[in-house]
Write a protein that binds this ligand. Structure first.
Ligand code: GLP
Length: 240
């Protein structure tokens, strides 16, 4: 794993953006695996600015996102599809039909997982962007998830519900279930870019880099990926 430690969140985001711009320039029809959460917002802001100011085009780019809450759709401002449209897709020239997320409103969730797995099988991510949960989860693969899992329905861990409650009016409003790419779908990406900032991620980052490869800390599986880059700020790197 390549590890890049930057002083601040802004520098972490800048370094991530440099990798993304290099890929999109080299391959304007790349498949981007994208993540939600507050961590990648600085990266997305830079992609939008670069598109506006330098004309980098996303019209032939395709995207696949990691996860979505069950029961939330594009009309809900807490859904991941809403987040992606607001913070990135609607601010680039990417056609909406090129963007993909699991559908949290699907009537049959098992069938929706199968649809997403088929889609992913046909579009390998040239890069997969990841954040990390404070308990070491990636996407919504909570501790204990088998490394071989593909897209599945997950019951969120109590710690994840608490962490994510800050983005909802009340903790009760956080959906208890989600659809998530599995670790196998994530590991299938040609290249992985994982970002972390802030002291509350330091423990998970330590497990990701130095811990045993264990299903108890899902991100540790990335130690087995042949092309994984971790970019962190100093606070998140403080236990390394
Ligand atoms: C959620 C998402 C993850 C994300 C994590 C960290 O649980 N499913 O993909 O990495 O939160 O979020 P943040 O970047 O806001 O700390």
């Amino acid at each position: 794993m390549k590890i890049v430690i930057q002083k601040t969140y802004e520098e972490m985001s800048e370094a991530a953006f440099e990798m993304m711009r290099e890929l999109v320039t080299r391959n304007p029809a790349a498949v981007l695996g994208l993540a939600t959460g507050t961590t990648p917002l600085g990266l997305y802001e830079r992609m939008v600015k670069d598109h506006r100011e330098r004309g980098t085009s996303y019209k032939n780019i395709r995207t696949v996102n990691l996860d979505e809450y069950v029961g939330l759709g594009p009309e809900s401002d807490q859904s991941y599809i809403y987040f992606m449209r607001k913070n990135l897709f609607d601010r680039l020239d990417i056609p909406r039909e090129n963007t993909n997320l699991p559908n949290g409103l699907a009537e049959n969730l098992e069938r929706e997982c199968e649809r997403y797995n088929r889609l992913l099988a046909g579009m390998q991510q040239d890069i997969q962007v990841l954040g990390i949960g404070s308990n070491g989860h990636i996407a919504f693969n909570e501790p204990g998830t088998p490394f071989g899992a593909e897209t599945h329905v997950v019951a969120l861990a109590e710690s994840t519900i608490r962490d994510n409650a800050r983005l909802f009016a009340r903790e009760e409003d956080v959906p208890r279930k989600a659809l998530t790419m599995g670790l196998k779908n994530i590991m299938h990406a040609k290249q992985i870019l994982i970002l972390a900032n802030g002291a509350n991620k330091a423990h998970a980052v330590r497990g990701l880099v130095c811990g045993p490869v264990t299903e108890q800390l899902p991100a540790s599986v990335l130690q087995l990926h042949p092309d994984c880059t971790l970019i962190v700020d100093e606070a998140a790197a403080s236990l390394l």
